[in-house]
Ligand binder design. Sequence first.
Ligand code: ZN
Length: 230
Amino acid sequence: MPHRERHRSERVGWLRAAVLGADDGIVSTASLVLGVAAAGSPRHEILLAGISGLVAGSLSMAAGEYVSVSSQADTERADLATEKMELTKQRPAEEKELAAIYVQRGLDPELARTVALQLMAHDALAAHARDELGITEQMTARPLQAAGASAMTFAVGAALPLLVVILAPLSSLAFTVSAASLLCLAGLGALAARTGGASPWLGSRRVAFWGALAMAATAGIGKLFGTAAS
Ligand SMILES: [Zn+2]
């Protein structure tokens, strides 16, 4: 097998997060808008529901991301503190531990010990963080940054169906909102799949399918309860 010139996984990480946030924004806001529109509401009510959805969704994404990334950061910090203490208190045991990890990964015992000693002479904590705990510097969790990013990508996605609500004629709102949303979902799915080296067609179909399902479900509910209430 020929060696690929560039590895994709690093680039895919943040792009996938951004696309997922935008997908979420599009699907949930478009669904909300379609549900309210299907109940026969006037444009300003549809818009109000959509804007509330954008704000609520962005904030809840940010809060969820903040909490999850913070707790990950807490765990990393605690792990590193323990590791640091162990390195000062029982260095020989830590040398053996690291060497054993390299043996497990395929080095012979003698070489593993040499590698462990040299890496620990260079930066003992970094070597243990990376090879024992799996914590690297690029991965170190940043809660506020993660929260801001997911709120923003959600809001960008949510803005799309809202824009359609403002611009499209009221009579064809259901059609234009779902068509525009599905088109964008398919585009985002293709983009994410392409960047990840997968088939764009498959990626766009997958995302569009779930989006269509969500929109159909809320439109159905809007129709049901809208007519039941009036
Ligand atoms: Zn260790």
